[in-house]
Design a protein around this ligand. Structure first.
Ligand SMILES: Nc1ncnc2c1ncn2[C@@H]1O[C@H](COP(=O)(O)OP(=O)(O)OP(=O)(O)O)[C@@H](O)[C@H]1O
Ligand SMILES: [Mg+2]
Length: 328
């Protein structure tokens, strides 16, 4: 199978902040915009992604591929009722969480990377488990989600730090002391003996004492890391400052530049769409949260996506943004 052009992963440390909602509606929006999309559920715990699409009980999932050697991932893709959009369930028809072996996790990563689609949208579970970080790092576009409240911003910061440190660990020689340095710092919450946040520069200094030649590998891994940011459940303008605060923290402590993609307002329309098992973008493409989502989609795809619903049918128009060289 051909590789997908683009893998988008949606993560953020904490549970219940809207990762699945954002993943589902992004996938729907991309499909309505004419792309061939697979929405992949890699949260094997208490996932609800299928329900957000109106799928009550997924028959098959990645679990079948791992445990029963179903050979073709294409056979596991389910129709969603949105043309162009297929769903790849995680848990299949068995409920409950299941811890994965390293081999199984690698298997999932290669399945996702090998899917035949323009976009694969990957919904990650909560937390900073090593498997979750690996899947975030697989994506060509990583989206970190946060709520406006400070504890959520700090969680998102920890998530970004864990993803970066994982990236750096992967770039360093296996078993090296510098690798341990980043692993230990990630697991200790990245704080020093005085309980202050440890910066990337602090760790780089320590790494340079062990092997100065590896600092370049650390810098290269850091430079490649360009996460995107969405703020969810925004109620007032001031809430958007959460995005600025997170961007400042990421720059100051990790030397990472966050790209702000947009925000989604707090809305009963969103909650209702969950109860009714219909993505809010389909239910009403012109509602405020749907407009927010179209803005995010526009920034992701460099196009101006505009959706209108008339007599139960959704029409989409897409204007492609030209580079400045083409503007006259
Ligand atoms: N913008 C919003 N407006 C109103 N309610 C929202 C909004 N975003 C999320 N919610 C509420 O939060 C709930 C949790 O969202 P969701 O399941 O997407 O979170 P999650 O981050 O995927 O959680 P988990 O990590 O447990 O999988 C939704 O069911 C919805 O009720
Ligand atoms: Mg979820």
């Amino acid at each position: 199978m051909a590789n997908p052009k683009n893998i988008i992963a949606v993560g953020g440390g904490k549970g219940g902040i809207g990762k699945s909602l954002l993943s589902a509606n992004l996938a729907v929006g991309l499909a309505l915009g004419g792309y061939r999309v697979v929405l992949a559920d890699t949260d094997y715990g208490a996932s609800n992604l299928h329900a957000l699409l109106g799928i009550v009980n997924p028959r098959l999932g990645l679990r079948d591929l791992i445990h029963y050697q179903e050979s073709d991932p294409g056979n596991l893709l389910m129709d969603t009722g949105v043309g162009n959009l297929k769903f790849l369930s995680g848990a299949g028809d068995l409920s409950g969480s299941f811890p994965l072996s390293r081999e199984a996790n690698q298997n999932i990563i290669s399945i996702i990377a090998g899917l035949d689609a323009d976009y694969v949208v990957v919904d990650l579970g909560p937390g900073v488990h090593s498997d979750t970080l690996e899947r975030f790092n697989l994506a060509s576009t990583g989206i970190v989600l946060t709520l406006p409240e400070i504890p959520s911003v700090m969680n998102a910061f920890s998530f970004i730090k864990s993803v970066l440190f994982k990236k750096i660990q992967n770039a360093l020689p296996d078993g090296d002391k510098t690798q341990e340095l980043f692993r230990d710092s990630a697991s200790s919450g990245g704080r020093n003996e005085r309980d202050e946040l440890c910066s990337l520069d602090d760790l780089k200094e320590k790494a340079a004492l062990i092997d100065p030649n590896l600092v370049l590998a650390i810098d290269e891994a850091t430079a490649k890391f360009k996460p995107n940011l969405v703020v969810n459940r925004v109620r007032k303008k001031k809430d958007l400052l959460a995005g600025d605060n997170l961007a400042q923290l990421a720059k100051k402590y990790l030397n990472v530049n966050l790209n702000f993609l947009g925000f989604i307002i707090e809305s009963d329309r969103v909650r209702d769409s969950v109860d009714e098992m219909i993505p809010f973008l389909i239910k009403d493409p012109q509602s405020k949260p749907s407009e927010n989502l179209q803005q995010i989609l526009g920034n992701l795809t460099q196009t101006d996506l505009y959706l209108v619903k008339k007599d139960g049918v959704i029409f989409s128009s897409k204007r492609v943004a030209l580079s400045s060289d083409w503007k006259v």
